[in-house]
Design a protein around this ligand. Structure first.
Ligand code: TYD
Ligand code: MG
Length: 493
């Protein structure tokens, strides 16, 4: 009997190997290879026919480069990261920890879209049994007036496919969100073929698949949630989106390491990758674009989780500062730049005498960079923390990846070590190099202006970022080296 062909595929990256190995040859993760039956789906005629129709060769110059039309979701902070709104046939992957609010956000967005599209009857796809044309009058929302219907809105219906909760649970959440009378269509289904058939029949403007890990295809033998299933299902759904013009939003879970499960295979397939992050203990949530074929990356949107769902925070600058009546040692505020908008974030450090092998721990900041900064601090400024435990934290569950945080990290560590608070109304930012130099951060003026706007009065910044014209209310100490920064700090005591 012919043996079934098996391959070993990595649970982290989806890479495959013909034999079992302790370490994945692709992503170098350990113990992640599992045996799977080599999946081959015979290419049916249909599968390629859909692609062939669109495969027309044209000179670049002859292609009409119309700007893609976006339909705002009505949630401004979400639209900001999407680059203005959803796009016809676009596929969005949204990842985040369980319980962070993905389902809540998408339900709110769908309801908004549905209400905004109300009054425009479905032009594509026959009405289904039980589906009534949405009525805008009943929902008290203005319809799009006499204007031509938007391509996405013109379709009217929106579909929420739930694989994790029952329809009743979704309805319960909708009540809680105050979305009574919502005409969002709900489908409780996890089988890919049935979902695809429903999409085909309904032709919704937007479909949310919550979540991609629960969907499985009959054609594969592997378990739902396995890399092979996730990859295959996402590929089919992406194809369906491109063929029908439905915008599909895939919800994905995040592994402990912070990557989307079955992750890289999905990230390259979709048009937009958003991460939903934040501290589940605080009410603030950040949504961040990692990849966007239709807009800028590194934009962030800020939401607050309230009793009635997620509310956009239009002026987020002040929320990542913890409230101290008087300055405390080990705390330094920095201005970080996320996308187009500067954000004030408090960096906290605690330096405490440690054991024989002192610990270096960071939350929301890069740990390797912390070790590097400690070495720079010792070597160039003579501040030693060799026998000390060092902990640093970015307040509010925010994650800072830009090196402009370096100076604030160093100053908060120094402050904690000395047990002396930084002056009231103090901010700092700037990248620190191995040679002890302080390098400028991009768009320094915007950062300083934002700080001044929020009432900060003293700043230590890289010399190249010092403004030519004084900023009202802000005293600036430009520095070129780490030791100068420490000196300047002493001068401020
Ligand atoms: P949910 O959207 O289910 O998260 P995810 O889909 O990412 O797993 O969010 C669940 C959390 O949000 C839950 O802990 C309760 C909280 N929540 C509120 O605080 N207010 C609300 O109005 C809703 C609907 C949820
Ligand atoms: Mg959910």
């Amino acid at each position: 009997m012919a043996k079934e062909k098996t391959v070993y595929s990595c649970g982290e990256c989806g890479g495959t190997s013909s034999k079992w190995l302790g370490q994945c040859p692709h992503c170098k993760a350990w113990n992640t290879l599992v045996e799977t039956v080599a999946e081959t789906i015979a290419p049916t005629k249909n599968r390629f026919a859909a692609l062939a129709r669109t495969a027309e060769v044209q000179a670049l110059a002859d292609i009409e480069a119309a700007d893609v039309e976006r339909t705002p979701t009505g949630l401004d902070e979400l639209d900001r990261v999407l680059g203005g709104g959803i796009v016809e046939g676009g596929v969005v992957l949204i990842g985040g920890d369980p319980g962070i609010g993905k389902s809540t956000l998408l339900l709110q967005a769908l309801d908004n879209l549905q209400r905004a599209g109300g009054g425009v009857s479905s032009v594509a796809g026959p009405p289904q049994d039980g589906e009534r044309p949405p009525s805008s009058a009943a929902q008290g929302q203005p319809a799009s007036g006499g204007r031509a219907p938007h391509p996405v809105r013109a379709r009217g219906s929106v579909l929420y496919v739930t694989g994790e909760e029952s329809g009743a649970q979704v309805a319960l959440r909708a009540r809680r969100l105050g979305l009574e009378g919502s005409r969002v269509q709900v489908l409780a289904e996890i089988q890919l073929e049935k979902i695809l058939a429903t999409l085909e029949a309904q032709q919704p403007a937007v479909a949310v698949i919550d979540s991609i890990q629960t969907v499985y295809s009959d054609q594969l033998t592997s378990a739902p949630g396995s890399v092979a299933q996730v990859r295959e299902c996402a590929a089919h759904l992406t194809r369906a989106a491109k063929a029908s013009g439905t915008c599909i939003v895939l919800v994905g879970h995040v592994t402990k390491e912070g990557a989307l499960a079955g992750p890289r295979v999905l990230e390259h397939m979709v048009d937009t990758v958003l991460y939903f992050e934040g501290d589940t203990h605080s009410s603030f949530r950040l949504i961040r674009a990692i990849k966007n074929r239709f807009g800028a990356v590194n934009e962030i949107g800020v939401f607050a989780m309230t009793e009635k769902g997620l509310k956009g925070v239009s002026n987020p600058s002040a929320i990542f500062l913890s409230q101290h009546a008087e300055p405390v040692p080990g705390s330094c505020v920095m201005v970080t730049l996320e996308g187009t908008r500067p954000l004030l974030v408090e960096i906290q450090a605690l330096v405490d005498s440690g054991g024989p092998s002192p610990r270096r721990l960071s939350v929301g900041l890069d740990r390797d960079r912390l070790a590097m900064l400690l070495a720079v601090l010792h070597r160039h400024a003579g501040v030693a923390c060799m026998d000390q435990d060092v902990f640093v934290n970015a307040v509010g569950g925010v994650r800072i990846s830009e090196p402009a945080a370096d100076l604030a990290v160093l100053l908060s560590i120094t402050s904690s070590l000395r047990g002396k608070p930084l002056p009231k109304g103090f901010i700092a930012f700037g990248e620190v190099g191995l040679a002890g130099e302080v390098r400028p951060a991009p768009r320094g003026q915007d950062r300083l202006k934002e700080a001044a706007k929020l009432g900060f009065s003293v700043a230590i910044v890289p010399k190249a970022n010092a403004p030519k014209k004084a900023i009202e209310g802000l005293t600036i100490h430009p520095v070129e080296r780490v030791e100068e920064a420490i000196q300047a700090l002493r001068g401020l005591d």
